[in-house]
Design a protein around this ligand. Structure first.
Ligand SMILES: [Zn+2]
Length: 172
């Protein structure tokens, strides 16, 4: 999934969490915004400095293309899961809210890439079940017509009433 779709999807997931948690007003807006921002973080593996690091470190020796590959270790489901079940219960007050929003943003990224992400470079489609191997996903084209002309517009259009209902407590 492209960043331009990850961000509205992360916002939608954050707003969904806020709604389920009966959050309103500023709290709900912050959760939606933080989830949207955090939704692109797993793609740190696609940035220039990470790619350089991957070229210099012989992590391929660890097998299956190595943990530093694109959609490798940074896209492993256990990272947000560990955050949710181990770190989140320790956090209180606003730190709890912010951490939950970050983890939801990261999880939304993994869901998005599991749907929109083809295989290649010796890697299967989607995201890894094991730390950086055994990828699973629906293998839809990242940035393809379905994402660009269906999912992204639906998200962008749907966010307006969703934000209205969740943040301002309105009813449709
Ligand atoms: Zn990704």
């Amino acid at each position: 999934m492209e960043a331009r779709t990850h961000v509205p999807f992360g916002a939608a997931c954050g707003l969904g969490y806020a709604w389920l948690s009966s959050l309103h007003g500023l709290d709900a807006a912050v959760v939606g915004a933080v989830s949207a921002l955090a939704s692109t973080t797993p793609d740190v593996c696609a940035t220039g400095w990470w790619r350089s690091l991957d070229r210099w470190l012989p992590d391929e020796w660890l097998g299956w293309g190595g943990p530093l590959q694109h959609r490798g270790l940074t896209h492993w489901w256990a990272i947000p899961a560990a955050g949710w079940f181990l770190a989140l219960p320790q956090a209180t007050g606003y730190a709890h809210l912010l951490l939950a929003a970050v983890l939801i943003g990261i999880a939304s990224h993994l869901v998005g890439d599991a749907v929109f992400g083809k295989g290649g470079y010796g890697r299967g489609p989607g995201v890894p079940l094991a730390p950086w191997s055994h990828h699973v996903g629906l293998a839809l084209d990242c940035g393809g017509a379905t994402e660009r002309w269906l999912i992204r517009p639906l998200l962008l259009v749907g966010l307006v009433p969703a934000a209205y209902v969740v943040i301002f407590g309105g009813s449709l």
